[in-house]
Design a protein around this ligand. Structure first.
Ligand code: G3H
Ligand code: ZN
Length: 295
């Protein structure tokens, strides 16, 4: 079999997501900024034999290189590994188009901070572009829309960010209207989730709201900002209808801790001191994948 055929025969991301939905599990989405992060996610996914999504936000992919991360993922796909690439939190139509042109598996157009109709308009534009430009030999490039601000930036926060409160959580009515208008493939609501890790404790996820949104829209739901949420909350969220879970801050903390450990000796070889960072990240990825998959 030619390498190209192997890629075509692999299930698509949407098929994996729908399968996860049916089995009441979720696919792990892990953000990375470099090849060490990539290695950590891939090794964990391989060890557990699970599909996985690599996420790169605008800044993460500009550090790593759009074509470079695409190439790294392609190498794993060619080996038959179900690894998918998501252009995470993309704030402009132009940057979304670039991800589509580089054949990412999915792109998130993030208009969550914009007024509802502006968000709808830009999301629609990306959906149209993605549909038109999905290359002939590919089946899909998914577009995810976001509604309801949940803060920005995967960092340690002193408190819940301004503009995020119970009142700003996504309602089922708005979710339905947004999804019907934009025709997105995946939907990310605000349901008590917060980007980053809140020092004073993460707010509880609004499980009832997830259930209501699940009933109101017919496409898979994505939970962002899952760093710091309790295992119990995440399990309940998946049971309520979440099919993809995003983790970043916890990975960044683990990576930094590992590198610091690696650098604390006289070791000069990067593949030795950086390996500590990879190991620490792997511990998080593996634990989260087990949690999301009920293992
Ligand atoms: O898109 C990225 C995620 O939503 C990360 O959120 O930093 O709170 O894990 P987190
Ligand atoms: Zn996010």
């Amino acid at each position: 079999m030619k390498r190209r055929d192997k890629i075509i025969l692999m299930k698509t991301l949407l098929e994996y997501v729908k399968d996860a939905e049916k089995r009441h599990v979720a696919i792990g989405h892990f953000n990375i900024s470099d090849s060490e992060g990539f290695k950590a996610v891939i090794e964990s996914a391989k060890e557990l034999n699970l599909p996985v999504i690599i996420g790169v936000s605008e800044k993460e992919r500009s550090f790593l290189g759009v074509a470079e991360i695409r190439a790294l993922v392609a190498v794993e796909k060619e080996k038959g590994l179900p690894v998918f690439l998501n252009a995470d939190h993309t704030y402009s139509v132009v940057a979304s188009r670039e991800a589509v042109d580089h054949n990412f598996d999915s792109v998130i157009i993030d208009g969550a901070e914009k007024p509802f109709f502006e968000n709808v308009m830009m999301t629609k534009e990306v959906v149209k572009y993605a549909r038109e430009h999905a290359e002939a030999d590919r089946r899909e490039i998914l577009v995810e829309g976001e509604l309801g601000f949940i803060g920005s930036g995967s960092k340690i926060l002193d408190d819940i960010p301004d503009g995020v409160s119970e009142k700003t959580q996504t309602t089922a009515e708005d979710a339905k209207m947004f999804v019907e208008e934009t025709m997105v493939d995946l939907f990310a609501p605000s349901v008590g989730n917060v980007h980053g890790l809140v020092k004073t404790g993460e707010p509880k996820l609004n499980i009832e709201r997830i259930k209501e949104i699940r009933k109101a829209v017919s496409i898979p739901l994505v939970l962002h900002g899952a760093s710091g949420n309790s295992d119990e909350d995440i399990r309940e969220a998946i049971k309520a209808g979440i099919s993809i879970v995003h983790i970043n801050t916890e990975l960044r903390i683990a990576y930094k801790k590992g590198i610091e450990k690696g650098m604390s000796t006289d070791e000069l070889a990067p593949y030795k001191f950086m390996a500590e960072g990879v190991e620490e990240m792997k511990k998080i990825v593996t634990a989260k994948l087990k949690l999301f998959n009920g293992l």
